[in-house]
Design a protein around this ligand. Structure first.
Ligand code: ADP
Length: 181
């Protein structure tokens, strides 16, 4: 499923493994410590190789932890991309603790990193809906609306944003959210 905006920008949804889809930048659902974790983070480090980890180590030494709602950029090692943007999503705790603002801020942080690097094609996972426990039906509209809003701005370098959704339930939730755009 996809949505073409009047300014020619494209938002696409695909089901699959984000480590195998070529893009200029691949976004990761990382953790504040910027240390290898499970889920998509584990897959990105396995497929990308040790270069990504070394860069994260030096970022951590220089700047400390990465707070929820923000993101840092590394090169992409062996992944089919130039960059990985490591975004730290909110851990869901009921929905009354600014989780939606923090989640939206993750996507915007990645898109800002993309614009700084003139990225045209960026891929996103469904941040926070795995180990971090964010309910899919709540997270999908936040993710879709935030990225859609960014794409309507003509001064973004991003021409195509792709959500790469790992399983069918996640893809369907994002399709419902995209249908409302
Ligand atoms: P978080 O800790 O932010 O919840 P997870 O990695 O646990 O992050 O899960 C985020 C989402 O990424 C989940 O929907 C999970 O199924 C999905 N996911 C896991 N591996 C991959 C992958 N290789 N490509 C795309 N999505 C993935």
């Amino acid at each position: 499923m996809q949505h073409l905006f009047p300014n020619g920008r494209l938002l696409r949804l695909v089901q699959g493994d984000i480590t195998t889809l070529p893009a200029d930048a691949i976004c990761n659902a990382a953790n504040s410590a910027l240390r290898p974790g499970g889920g998509i983070d584990g897959s990105i480090h396995r497929a990308g190789g040790p270069a990504i980890l070394h860069e994260l180590d030096s970022i951590r030494k220089k700047n400390g932890a990465c707070p929820p709602g923000s993101a840092v950029a590394t090169t992409a090692g062996n992944l089919p991309a130039r960059y990985v943007f490591h975004a730290v999503g909110p851990v869901y705790s009921g929905g009354g603790n600014s989780e939606s603002q923090v989640l939206a801020s993750c996507y915007r942080a990645c898109l800002a990193l993309a614009d700084e690097r003139k990225v045209q094609r960026i891929s996103f996972p469904s941040i926070s809906t795995g180990i971090y426990g964010y309910p899919l039906e709540e997270a999908a509209p936040v993710a879709i609306e935030t990225v859609a809003e960014w794409l309507t701005e003509n001064d973004t370098s991003v021409k195509e944003a792709i959500f790469v959704l790992f399983d069918e339930a996640t893809r369907r939730a994002y399709e419902r959210a995209l249908a409302d755009v």
